[in-house]
Every structure is written in C-alpha cells, then in structure tokens.
Design a protein around this ligand. Sequence first.
Ligand SMILES: NC(=O)c1ccc[n+]([C@@H]2O[C@H](COP(=O)([O-])OP(=O)(O)OC[C@H]3O[C@@H](n4cnc5c(N)ncnc54)[C@H](O)[C@@H]3O)[C@@H](O)[C@H]2O)c1
Length: 253
Amino acid sequence: MAGIFGLEGKIALVTGAASGIGKGIAEVLAEAGAHVIVADINEEGVASEVERLRAAGHRADGVALDLGDEHSIRRAVAEVVGEYGVPWVLVNNAGVQDRQYLLDETVAGWDRAAAINARGPFLMTREVGRAMVAAGLGGRIVNIASMTIDGMMTKGTAAYIASKGAVAALTSQTALEFAEHRITANTVLPGAVMTPGAIGAKGPPTEGPARRPSPFGMSEPRDIGAAVLFFASPAARMVTNQRLAVDAGWSIS
Ligand SMILES: NC(=O)c1ccc[n+]([C@@H]2O[C@H](COP(=O)([O-])OP(=O)(O)OC[C@H]3O[C@@H](n4cnc5c(N)ncnc54)[C@H](O)[C@@H]3O)[C@@H](O)[C@H]2O)c1
C-alpha cells in the first residue's frame, strides 16, 4: 500500500501483538507495508503470530519481553534496534484487564495494572524514544488506552482505568517533549472488543455505562488497527497529542 497510508520500509514495534487487538494492529500495519516486530510476554504466541504474518506474505519478526520488568524492556529494545533497526512506530498496546471492586482492590492488584499498563509504556517510550532521537528520522508513538477513561465505564476497574488514564496523560507529555524530534504521540481509545483478554478478564461482571449497546455493535481488532495505521502513516504527519475513540458509536447511544 503506497501513498499517504503506506508504511513501506518502516519498522513497527507492537506490544501485546500475540493476542487480540495487538494481532489486529500487527496485521493492518503489515498490510500497509511495515516490517512488524511482534513483542509479547507469551513466547509461543510471538512465534505463532510471526509465522501467521509471514505466511500471509508480510515481513515480521518477534521479541519476547515482560513489560513489568525494566531490564527485560531494555534488553528487548536493544535487541530489536541491533537486529532490525530503529522502529518508525511504537505501539504501546499490551495490557492486563483484571477487575476488582474498589473496596476490595489490593495494593498488588493496583501495582500490577500500573506496572504493566502504565510504567511499561513509559519505559518502552523512553527506550524506543532514545533510539528514535539518536537516529534523527522522526517517528510515531501510538498508545492504546480505553474508552473507560472517557465514560464507557464498568464497575471494578479502579486500577485499570487509572492505569489507562496515566497512559493518556503520558501521550500528552510524550507529544510535548518529542515534538522537536519530529516524533508524534497519539492515543487510541478502544470501546468493546471481544478478545481473549476481555473475555478472560477476572473479576466482577460488566456493570455500568459500558453495558449500553453501541449502535454499530462490537468492534474487531482490525478496527483498532485502522486507527493506529492513521496515526502511524504519513497522512498524520501534522497530528500529535490527539485521541481517537473507536467505540462503534457508543458515545451517541
Ligand atoms: N478488548 C477490549 O475490549 C479493550 C477495550 C479497551 C482497551 N483495551 C486495551 O487494548 C489492549 C489489548 O487488549 P486485548 O483485549 O487485545 O487483550 P489480550 O489479553 O487479548 O492481549 C494482550 C496481550 O498483552 C500481552 N501481555 C500481557 N502482559 C504482558 C507483559 N507483562 N509484557 C508483555 N506482554 C504482555 C498478553 O500476553 C497478550 O498477548 C490492552 O491495553 C487493553 O487494555 C481493550
């Protein structure tokens, strides 16, 4: 796909690309011509997603990493830069979605969400950002937050929603500090997507505004991928510090 949505010759590092939304993002970016790096804690999932993308004729490689562990992140980013080159786009997608009512939430539960969903994206942005700045070629950071921070709430997400609010705030600061390096930073806010992570999330059932059906029904992982592609593409070269909700029209329901 050449033109303003083409990513030929660009490296796209996608975290959490062994499952759900991350798979959809990886697929869409690969179809646009990107060399996709599948980054995930699930090593078998990384291997099978790389295989799936290659079988479809795309360029793909993988790296295992634990977003809860700074050392693991530093090692993985160094490996990617050393073996394949500096990513053009970093997609901070991986996240955990377990729920607990606020009155029952534990420090361990809060810290897990904060470490993987917020500190992980910060460390990825710092490490990949350093490589982007050193290369001097500009770049794109796309963070996956959630429509839960913009009203599509469900009970039991105190730790989760706070971690996603942190990611959205991180995007703004990234946009501010990276602008002089021609690196944009934007946020995608998915609504409901039926993924292994969403279906398997532990904790209370969906209860709250998120129960309201969206006019267009359920989004697919590729719908989120399309929004990511926009921010990653040449078409969005003048777009930074923005949020794009992919919520199937939930806000008008
Ligand atoms: N599914 C939804 O309805 C929905 C809605 C809004 C936002 N989101 C967000 O979209 C993102 C993807 O969610 P999903 O529904 O595809 O979930 P998923 O569980 O299906 O996929 C998440 C991936 O992240 C990986 N991961 C988890 N912990 C990790 C760690 N410590 N280090 C590296 N990788 C790790 C998992 O192995 C998995 O492959 C998440 O950030 C989630 O919060 C999802």
